[in-house]
Structures are given as structure tokens and as C-alpha cells.
Design a protein around this ligand. Structure first.
Ligand SMILES: Cc1cc2nc3c(=O)[nH]c(=O)nc-3n(C[C@H](O)[C@H](O)[C@H](O)COP(=O)(O)OP(=O)(O)OC[C@H]3O[C@@H](n4cnc5c(N)ncnc54)[C@H](O)[C@@H]3O)c2cc1C
Length: 191
């Protein structure tokens, strides 16, 4: 389908958040948290992007695109050539990363741009009033997207932000948090 870029936010120096809406304002196909779409950008390159808005919002899709420094055209074009009003060819949402129903606890572990599908999980878990923690690893605050929403009253109690850790420290935190989870907790990672 053809979607229009309605809003653009530079969330970090390398991450651009795009809100896409239908050409005629009709509701968009529904999707499950964790779903992604194929986006064909202005250079004709098709890449996948996780939907990271509130999953029940049928008026628009939100994607966050990290600029890949060695990009062959996918992310770079979405940063450099797309402006408000640009038209993009977008597939129907596809779900390859699914959230289990009714676990005793959910541990979400996101690193960098891997926050995107886990943010949509967090929206759904909050809606279900589930027991969950979102661990978000980033190099610095400046490189962490979505902090205004994650640190808002809605999510602050669920967020554990881990900034500037070395790889072995990241591994230690992940091991510790997974070991401390309840039996039969569901653990999801991205990034
Ligand atoms: C299900 C899914 C969801 C995703 N969600 C997101 C998301 O929410 N946000 C996001 O930013 N990204 C997401 N991605 C990644 C995204 O689809 C793109 O891969 C990313 O934007 C880079 O595309 P690019 O064209 O800019 O870079 P590419 O040109 O594809 O380059 C990527 C890397 O491949 C290397 N490379 C270049 N040429 C070759 C070659 N010939 N052979 C092997 N390697 C090569 C490059 O050096 C570079 O490091 C997702 C991917 C999947 C599969």
C-alpha cells in the first residue's frame, strides 16, 4: 500500500522516527505487537522496520529507522531523501516475533534500535496490566530513542535503563536479570 509520511522526529542523531498514514485516511490493517513492515524507499530498496507505535492505533504506523553507516540505500534514503508528505510503498504488517499470552512475568531486553518491537510489546503488556520489565541498553542517553515515553509515568516503573556498559557488563546484567525472573517467565530480546 502507499502511505504518506505525516510526521518526522529526529529521536537521536542516528534514529529517525516516521509516522505513516493512509493516502485516503482509511484505517490501516491491524497488527500484533512485534510485527514489522517492508518499506520501499525512494531509492527502490526494500527493508524491514518494526512497528513501534501503540498497536491499537489504526490511524497510522510508526517506524524508527537507524541510519546504517555503511548503508546500501535503505536506511540512508529514509534519512536523507524522505520528508513530510513523501509517499512510501509499505507492505501489510507481518508477525514473526510474537508475544505470549498470560506469562507470570515478561522480561524485555532491548539494545539500541532493538527497542522498536519491544516498545510495542511494552504498550500491549501495559494495556494487559502484566508484570514486566523493559531493560534498555544504549551507549548514552543521547543515543537512546523513546526516552520521553519510556520515562513517562506510564512506563517509568517498568524501565531499567543501562547506559554505556561494556559488552561483558551487558552480559552480566542480562544473566542476572534472567536468573532472577520468576519460573516460566517469558524473555524476549532484540538488538
Ligand atoms: C524483522 C526486521 C525488523 C527490523 N526492524 C528495524 C527497525 O525497527 N529499525 C531499524 O533501523 N532497522 C530495522 N531492521 C533492519 C533494517 O531492515 C535494515 O537492515 C537496516 O535499516 C539497514 O539497511 P540499509 O539498506 O541501510 O543497510 P545495508 O546496505 O543493508 O547494510 C547493512 C549492513 O550490511 C553490510 N553490507 C553491505 N553490503 C553487503 C553485502 N554485499 N553482503 C553482506 N553485507 C553487506 C553493510 O556494511 C552494513 O553493515 C529490521 C530488520 C528486520 C529483518
Amino acid at each position: 500500500m502507499k502511505l504518506i509520511v505525516e510526521r518526522i522526529e529526529q529521536a537521536t542523531p542516528q534514529i529517525r522516527v516516521l509516522r505513516l498514514t493512509g493516502v485516503d485516511g482509511a484505517p490501516l490493517p491491524p497488527y500484533e505487537p512485534g510485527a514489522h513492515v517492508d518499506v520501499r524507499g525512494p531509492t527502490g530498496v526494500t527493508r524491514q522496520y518494526s512497528l513501534c507505535g501503540t498497536p491499537h492505533d489504526r490511524c497510522g504506523y510508526t517506524i524508527a529507522v537507524k541510519r546504517e553507516l555503511a548503508s546500501r540505500g535503505g536506511s540512508a534514503a529514509l534519512h536523507d531523501q524522505v520528508t513530510i508528505g513523501s509517499e512510501l510503498e509499505v507492505s501489510a504488517p507481518r508477525s514473526l516475533f510474537r508475544l505470549a499470552e498470560a506469562a507470570a512475568e515478561y522480561v524485555l531486553i532491548a539494545a539500541g534500535i532493538g527497542i522498536t518491537p519491544l516498545l510495542s510489546f511494552a504498550y500491549r503488556l501495559k494495556q494487559r496490566d502484566a508484570h514486566f520489565t523493559l531493560h534498555y541498553f544504549a551507549r548514552s542517553r543521547d543515543e537512546a530513542a523513546f526516552l520521553p515515553v519510556l520515562e513517562s509515568q506510564e512506563f517509568a516503573a517498568h524501565l531499567q535503563l543501562h547506559l554505556g556498559l561494556e559488552p561483558d557488563e551487558v552480559a552480566a546484567v542480562v544473566r542476572q536479570r534472567v536468573a532472577a525472573a520468576l519460573p516460566h517467565a517469558q524473555v524476549y530480546t532484540c538488538g
